[in-house]
Design a protein around this ligand. Structure first.
Ligand code: ZN
Ligand code: ZN
Length: 405
């Protein structure tokens, strides 16, 4: 496929940094960008890399409360923040009411600027796609899907996917689909558009009984007037390549075809991997790569190629994040990398220096996963099939689709 890709990237995006020892380390995106560079992705025809501008207050306020934005500003630069304290009713707990200064979301210097730049990157990629400057837009530092209207949550300060979707709606989009592949429920994006029939959110994640944030049940299907525009696939802990791909194939393509969005937004958190320290799914890089390719094909089939992709979670930077997101960027550039290929030695040296660990040699975990059809071979005693069926039963009828295999 000959695809054009706008990559919104600037080294300043590494400034989104909660500090030493925090899992959301900037090395995740830095190692990715360097690996993509080592493979020559950014000098391919059709690929442009451009530094984004920070999101403006107008963009942020489309999703976040003014007083929350003021609190982020104040917490990240209390000496110089303009205006009064955002919540004077709780002067001693300024940040706590807004999810700031917690173990998950510690305050850091210039946190507002760094977070607004992440949102700006996703906005720039969205703009490139919506205006037709490029078919696909990538914001690899983005995908901060947990941030809520009035609070930081789960390492996420501003919800860049929601901010970009909101911009797309203001720019004239009437139907936007969002597919969230992170191991955690895409709760913040779902919440932002729960009552909005123009936005379909689909999240595949580990079951809320075993993983934070404890939401993302199949029964969460959208608010009044928006029935069926939220879909949640809650997969049992331990689900591996075959089960995850089966669930994706049984839910995502049918809903996208039925909803017929004008643009597809996808979040590619790779904390589904078996090495990830945060969660309990057991995917390989190879299954993640198969999912990237499937989303890409669906974008060309369903939205005429309009595809905005973001990063997300993923807390094993060296073995997992850099490799899977490099595969993602290569897929979006229309030049997928052969998984068996050897990784350029220059990156392996850079990565070893950066992390003090030995870097992987190839772009594969050695798995060769494939899709299996739910429609043939439904097994009611298999917990993955039961999870798939629960989601289809909750949502498919709203779209005129049959939940049964
Ligand atoms: Zn393409
Ligand atoms: Zn996650």
């Amino acid at each position: 496929m000959n695809c054009t890709l706008h990559v919104a990237w600037d080294d300043r995006l590494a400034g989104y940094d909660f500090g030493a020892g925090h899992p959301m380390a900037p090395a995740r995106v830095q190692l990715t960008i360097e690996l993509a560079r080592a493979f020559g992705l950014f000098s391919m025809p059709g690929v442009s890399v451009e530094p984004p501008e920070a999101a403006t207050d107008v963009d942020l306020e489309a999703v976040h409360l003014q007083r929350y934005i003021a609190a982020v500003r104040h917490a990240s630069d209390p000496e110089h923040a303009a205006g009064p304290e955002p919540d004077e009713s709780q002067p001693g707990e300024l940040g706590a009411a807004f999810g700031l200064g917690t173990e998950d979301n510690p305050v850091f210097a210039r946190m507002h600027d760094a977070s607004a730049l992440v949102a700006g990157a996703t906005l720039a990629a969205a703009r490139a796609v919506w205006t037709g400057a490029a078919q696909h837009g990538a914001s690899i530092a983005g995908g901060l899907h947990h941030a809520m209207s009035g609070s930081a949550s789960g390492f996420c300060v501003y919800n860049d996917p929601a901010i970009a979707i909101s911009w797309l709606l203001r720019a004239g989009a009437t139907r936007v689909a969002y597919v969230d592949m992170d191991v955690h429920h895409g709760d913040g994006v779902q919440a932002a558009f729960y009552d909005d029939p123009r936005v379909l959110t689909i999240s595949l994640h580990e079951h809320p009984e075993t993983l934070w944030p404890g939401t993302g049940w199949p029964s969460e299907t959208g608010g009044p007037g928006a029935a069926g525009t939220a879909a949640n696939v809650a997969l049992p802990a331990g689900t591996g390549d075959a089960g995850w791909l089966r669930a994706f194939d049984a839910v995502v393509p049918a809903l996208l075809r039925a909803f017929a969005p004008e643009i597809l937004v996808s979040q590619h958190g790779c904390d589904t991997h078996w090495l990830d320290p945060m969660a309990n799914l057991r995917l390989s890089i190879d299954a993640q790569r198969v999912a990237h390719a499937s989303i890409h094909r669906l974008a060309h089939e369903v939205t005429g190629g309009r595809w905005l992709l973001t990063g997300g979670g993923g807390y094993e930077p060296l073995q997992v994040v850099a490799r899977t997101w490099t595969h993602l960027l290569a897929e979006a550039a229309g030049c997928p990398i052969d998984p068996r290929v050897l990784i350029p030695p220059a990156w392996r040296e850079y990565a070893a220096r950066h992390t003090g660990q030995e870097a992987p040699e190839t772009m594969t975990d050695g798995a060769e996963p494939r899709f299996t059809r739910f429609e043939t071979g439904f097994n009611p005693s298999d917990p993955v099939d039961r999870a798939i069926f629960a989601t289809r039963a909750a949502v498919f009828p709203e779209h005129g689709l049959l939940p049964e295999p």
